[in-house]
Ligand binder design. Structure first.
Ligand code: AMP
Ligand code: ZN
Length: 498
């Protein structure tokens, strides 16, 4: 008999930024979830702050999958249209970098997309199901602009097209996500400069006419130009997930104007509000200030892994940095410091050690000193409460205490409970939190993991022999995402840990 998926018995609550409340999560189609997360602008190396947001959504993706949902996770690559000041002025970030480095814009895009993938794989993030690019969807962006113009919510001026916020606000509500209202916004903005083509300062670009020196340009009915930054996410989310989908995520700093504009574009084009649950991950700070490329207040993942920074006393494994981040709730601000990371490292190794100890515990007839079923329920309660990873981790340490007391003959465990604890620890620590056991002391686990990889290699070979390349590629790609690289050679397939 097939086992019912966990989501049937677990009640997941998600904090919806648009209502400001935790809501019981119900997907549009039972058992299926469409999730869109704004990806990076690939004009520079990712910093640790960016990584935190993507790790937060990796946790969310992992838990949704753990609950048995079929998740289509779309995360874009912004490779055009993101201007320097996040509004409609300044140079395109990718173009500018290309000009400064005397490279093709696509060389910049390639370099930093690879860096992004490489770093996220080190953090053991699972790749999204689809990773579309803005430049790969210019045609769709032009089409949606035509629809928005036809629906009366955008106008052309001098070869550019702008979204008419005032007109939109007459029938819809511009500001409902960020809790602003248009009258206040108008009262607080300066007059337009004489050379602006906009009717009102709140209007935002859907299409920008390219100046002669602008390298990245495409033909359109209005001018040779390029799409506005907000548009790509509307186009790619609705193309792959439908006009209405379940979850849209991104960093807190994208709430306004980016996500507010996405709602406006979606409603103006499709007549329905695009997203049911808006999720925003909070910022990683350094010395109390937001890590940000533009201010230079950043630490890079490479600095963490090598320890080469005056902010650090030593190097830290990627999984330790991941654990440090997951010890804070995704909606809380997290301040980075060497001391905090060292404390996390101690905790991480204690957890890994205890997973090793668990393997060889003395089994008894009965369990004494711990209510295993209740503990499992509490682990799920933590994650069902808006993905509360710090509470989950505290619960895992309750189990660590129990495991240590069994070792010291102060408690006992039955065979059935031992199996349950092992299964639950493995599921939460490795599948849901996505941690990687780097503890050399637990060679027993390493042996078992090697055995598991060998088994997957064998299954992949069988799939290939049956011409089931979807399965064989999935095994290779998912292992790679976990940092396990398969190498096909004359002697067969071997693997290395990245
Ligand atoms: P960008 O490449 O600038 O578009 O940013 C990529 C993602 O990183 C966005 O979701 C941002 O909200 C997020 N982000 C930027 N800075 C930080 C930070 N200091 N902490 C957490 N997330 C951040
Ligand atoms: Zn976006």
């Amino acid at each position: 008999m097939a086992v019912a998926p966990l989501y049937k018995t677990q009640e997941l609550k998600i904090y919806n930024s648009i209502s400001g409340q935790k809501e019981v999560f119900t997907p549009i189609t039972e058992g299926n979830i469409g999730m869109y997360v704004c990806g990076p602008t690939v004009y520079s190396n990712v910093h640790l702050g960016n990584c935190r947001t993507f790790i937060s959504f990796d946790l969310i993706y992992r838990y949704l999958k753990h609950l048995g949902y079929k998740v289509r996770y779309v995360r874009n690559i912004t490779d055009a249209g993101h201007l320097e000041n996040d509004a409609d002025e300044g140079e395109d970030k990718v173009s500018k970098k290309a000009r400064l480095e005397q490279l093709e814009p696509m060389e910049i895009v390639q370099r930093y997309t690879l860096d992004f993938h490489n770093i996220l794989a080190k953090f053991n993030n699972i790749p999204p199901s689809i990773e579309p690019t803005a430049t790969g969807h210019i045609v769709e962006q032009i089409e949606i602009i035509k629809t928005i113009i036809d629906n009366g919510f955008a106008y052309e001026a001098n070869g550019s097209v702008y979204f008419d916020v005032k007109k939109f606000n007459e029938t819809n509500n511009y500001g409902k996500l960020s809790g602003r209202n248009l009258e206040d916004m108008i009262a607080n903005t300066r007059e337009l400069t004489a050379q602006s083509d906009k009717k009102n300062p709140q209007d935002f670009a859907l299409w920008k006419k390219a100046e002669p020196e602008h390298i990245m340009r495409w033909p359109s009915p209005w001018s040779d130009g390029f799409p506005g930054w907000h548009l790509e996410c509307t186009v790619m989310s609705t193309k792959y997930l439908g006009e209405q989908f379940d979850i849209h995520g991104g960093g807190m700093d994208l709430k306004f104007p980016h996500h507010e504009c996405e709602i406006a574009q979606g409603e103006a084009a499709c007549g329905v509000t695009p997203v049911n649950y808006w999720m925003h991950a909070n910022m990683l700070t350094l010395d109390g200030k937001k890590m940000s490329k533009s201010t230079g207040n950043i630490l890079s993942p490479a600095e963490i892994f090598s320890g080469e920074s005056d902010k650090l006393n030593k190097a830290f494994a990627p999984t330790v940095a991941r654990f440090f981040m997951l010890q804070a709730h995704y909606r809380s601000i997290l301040d980075f410091s060497n001391d905090a990371l060292e404390a996390s490292e101690k905790g991480f190794y204690r957890l890994m050690e205890s997973i090793g100890t668990l393997e060889n515990l003395k089994i008894n007839k009965v369990t004494e000193g711990f209510d295993v079923q209740n503990w499992i329920n509490e682990c799920y309660e933590a994650m069902n409460d808006d993905f509360n990873s710090p509470i989950l981790i505290a619960k895992l340490f309750d189990a660590v205490k129990f495991i240590n007391s069994i070792k010291e003959d102060k408690a006992t465990i039955s065979e059935a409970d031992h199996k349950l604890i092992q299964k639950t620890m493995n599921e939460f620590v490795f599948d849901v939190l996505g941690l990687v056991n780097t503890n050399e002391a637990s060679s027993d686990i390493s042996d078992k993991l090697s055995g598991t990889v060998e088994l997957l290699i064998q299954l992949r070979a069988e799939a290939r022999a049956n011409k089931d390349f979807a399965t064989s590629d999935k095994i290779r790609d998912e292992l790679l995402a976990m940092g396990i690289q398969l190498k096909d050679g004359r002697e067969g397939t071997s693997f290395t840990l990245n």
